[in-house]
Design a protein around this ligand. Structure first.
Ligand SMILES: C[S@@+](CC[C@H](N)C(=O)[O-])C[C@H]1O[C@@H](n2cnc3c(N)ncnc32)[C@H](O)[C@@H]1O
Length: 386
């Protein structure tokens, strides 16, 4: 396909979408997100006679059909007693399970961008590039059903995959996918529609090249808001220069940094525990020294002398190493080695604490926001800029 011209196929079908409507039970061939672990969610469409094979066991599609979304399904394998959850599609879960074609926008950034751009039901939004269409799903759910997303992608296989996925998910009445280079040709949609977007999201390597093309395709009546998503500061600088040149105002850069806080228990430790810990260290050090000296001695003496020394040591138990203080099982040393106490276990004192959980998925980029006021209308009706 020639990417200098946009593709002109426009698939507009008014069908239901699992991302826009909630079904309580799973229809045959309906989209299910099978949750295996926190980092592993698999999209599937259950059909009779098929199964999902995982390291937690096999799961028959027939057991999924007509089950309630949210069901915990046990493995049908006799040897693996694992289970999965059958979840209803949402843009948030989709971003964790979609087939990655590119880096994607994750929920923490997506939700912040949507509210900063004031995107709501009925909004009209321009997006480039489509990439893996992760953010496109979040946008579609927000603007549906009367809004519009015009999304642009210049990489043909990615464009084709996104378009098919959007159609498969029943979102093609809201999302219009176009194939083209927005930095070179601007925002020429595949569908026969006039773009009058009030929000723009650019996740491109060179947004500053696309920004000058926006003026002709954004709303002339409303304030237009933009967000450019860039991983490098140099990109941010060039984007800001371009936004300033094109008359965008209130330019601001934000980074979304996510931390999840967890309620946990922490063991209460007493001064006696610290003393026990020091004793434990001393005892282990003495044991180590003793063993090392014995090894050295054994190396220096001949076999006969070694066995003699061993006989002597067996004959004189007083010379044998005796730990400074034997460890009594009733005396718990919370810092001692080799002892595993489970959080909250009975028999110890605990206090409630909150801790940060480090790994919440979010690809952090710098978000550059700005807005463009509508052009000023002269008394004679002519349009100029402020
Ligand atoms: C990081 S990805 C976008 C990911 C997307 N926001 C998501 O959440 O899945 C950037 C995409 O922009 C596309 N792209 C880069 N330059 C472009 C251009 N000038 N015109 C259209 N698409 C472009 C790339 O092919 C790539 O797929």
């Amino acid at each position: 396909m020639d990417i200098s011209k946009p593709d002109t196929t426009d698939a507009c079908a008014d069908k239901t979408s699992p991302f826009l409507e909630f079904n309580s039970s799973i229809p045959e061939s309906g989209l299910v997100l099978a949750w295996l672990t926190r980092d592993n969610t698999k999209p599937l469409r259950p059909v009779q006679g098929s199964a999902l094979h995982t390291r937690f066991g096999s799961f028959q599609h027939s057991s999924m059909i007509s089950s309630k979304y949210g069901t915990q399904l046990a493995s049908s394998s006799s040897t693996q007693a694992g289970f999965i959850y059958l979840l209803h599609p949402t843009p948030e879960l989709w971003s964790l399970s979609l087939p990655h074609r590119t880096q994607i926008v994750y929920t923490p950034d997506a939700s912040y961008i949507v509210q900063r751009l004031r995107i709501r039901p009925g909004s009209k939004v321009i997006e480039a590039g489509t990439g893996s269409a992760s953010f496109t799903h979040a946008l579609a759910r927000t603007v549906a059903k009367n809004g519009r997303i015009w999304t642009f992608e210049f990489h043909e296989p990615r464009f084709e995959m996104a378009k098919k996925e959007i159609e498969d998910h029943g979102l093609d009445s809201v999302v219009k996918c176009s194939h083209g280079d927005v930095c070179v040709n601007g925002f020429i949609p595949a569908c026969d529609e006039i773009l009058d977007a009030s929000a723009v999201f650019l996740d491109l390597p060179s947004p500053w090249l696309a920004i000058p093309h926006l003026k002709t395709v954004v709303s002339k009546e409303k304030i237009v808001r933009i967000c450019c998503f860039s991983p490098c500061m140099e990109q941010v600088q060039r984007t800001i220069e371009s936004l300033q040149k094109e008359g965008w105002l209130d330019i601001e850069m934000v980074e979304v940094s996510c931390k999840r806080w967890e309620a946990r228990k922490e063991m209460i430790r007493k001064p006696q525990d610290a003393i026990e810990r020091l004793r434990d260290i001393k005892r282990r050090r003495n044991e180590g020294l003793k063993k090392r000296n014995e090894r050295k001695l054994a190396e220096e003496q001949n076999d006969e002398a070694v066995s003699e020394a061993q006989e002597n040591s067996a004959a004189t138990p007083a010379e044998k190493h005796v730990p400074d203080k034997p460890f009594l099982p009733s005396e718990y040393n919370p810092w001692g080695k080799g002892k595993r106490v489970h959080e909250g276990e009975d028999g110890y004192e605990w206090k409630e604490v909150s801790k940060v959980e480090a790994e919440l998925k979010s690809h952090t980029s710098y978000l550059t926001f700005a807005y463009l006021p509508p052009p000023v209308q002269g008394k004679d009706g002519s349009i100029g800029s402020e």
